[in-house]
Design a protein around this ligand. Structure first.
Ligand SMILES: [Fe+2]
Length: 322
């Protein structure tokens, strides 16, 4: 059995590929999904299943993209998705030695699913669980995505999912969350990416609130930024993102052409390292300049705030191509 993590830097998004006996499943794939094909090929696996822990809101899911390349089935929780099939609590994906069992864990979203990993050579106890945005290392998922009016309702669901579903899996069970430190989906996610249920029970402050009332009160006080682009991602991931076929390759342009297009209203994204940006960049209104890519969390937050605002992008042939 193989289990590998794929990290999308910048979004702190974690996806996984697990496989055995020639078959593999990918959990929460990113959209530029060649990496899963490479891993599968290297280990002699065929990707047969794509599992979504929930309707993600912070990136465009790569499920349809990967399915178009592999013919794999897309499975997710019960919601009016425009693609894929519904998997229900208790249903299993059989990969031979590895088995994934769906575990309904609402709270972050209503249809959120975790996937419990069993290794048939290790006996009947689970060895790991893909927790999506329910349980992170050091934190639990935000419960404010449906608006202030429903925070308490979702927080109650989250508490039940954590204490009645995930924690009883056993202290030795590894957790495989969908995000690491720097994500907008959790405020206190640890920069350590490995953990177990037992370690989280001991160290995760949100799990130490064993009274549901205290937990709900804590979540109701939690104020987290919801970047503008979240709503667009939610909609796109519900209906199904268009299939690109490959990662778009922007053309290389000389500085003069960059300036001309900028003057015409095109958006410039500076994706260099922070030190390069500090050393020199195109002059302009600071509010309209942002750097994207690996770097300090604040830079990503600033960028998200700006780049994701609907209506800020010019429509036309230059959009997104510089
Ligand atoms: Fe999420």
């Amino acid at each position: 059995m193989i289990l590998m993590k794929v990290k999308a830097e910048g979004l702190a998004h974690l996806s996984y590929i697990v496989g055995s006996n020639g078959k593999a499943a990918v959990i929460d794939p990113r959209r530029d999904c060649d990496i899963y094909l490479d891993i599968a090929q290297e280990h002699g696996l065929r990707i047969t299943h794509i599992l979504e822990t929930h309707r993600n809101e912070d990136y465009v899911a790569g499920s349809r993209e990967l399915a178009s390349l592999t013919g794999a089935s897309i499975l997710h929780g019960d919601m009016p998705f425009g693609y894929g099939q519904t998997i229900y609590d208790g249903h299993e994906v059989d990969l031979g030695q590895a088995v994934l069992r769906a575990l309904s864990t609402p709270g972050h979203t209503l249809e959120s699913m975790s996937f419990v990993l069993y290794d048939r050579t290790s006996g009947p106890q689970p060895v790991g669980v893909f927790t999506g945005d329910a349980l992170f290392v050091g934190d639990v998922g935000r419960t404010d995505l449906f608006g202030e009016d429903r925070i308490r309702e979702l927080a109650r669901l989250m508490f039940d999912s954590l204490h009645n579903k995930l924690l009883p899996l056993g202290d030795s069970v590894m957790i495989y969350p969908a995000h690491g430190s720097g994500s907008a989906c959790g405020g206190n996610i640890s920069d350590r990416e490995e953990s177990t249920i037992g370690l989280e029970k001991a160290k995760n402050k949100a799990l130490r609130l064993i009274s549901k009332e205290d937990f709900v009160a804590m979540k109701a006080r939690e104020i987290m930024e919801k970047p503008h682009y979240f709503n667009r991602m939610e909609e796109m991931n519900l209906t199904g993102p268009p299939i690109l076929g490959r990662v778009p390759r922007p053309p290389v342009l000389p500085p003069r052409e960059i300036i001309r297009r900028s003057d015409d209203g095109a958006t410039i994204l500076d994706v260099r390292a922070p030190s390069s940006f500090a050393g020199g960049h195109f002059p302009g209104d600071p509010a309209e300049l942002c750097r994207v890519g690996p770097g300090p969390r604040s830079a990503h937050r600033t960028c998200r705030r700006w780049a994701g605002r609907p209506g800020q992008h010019r429509q036309g042939p230059d959009q997104g191509r510089i």
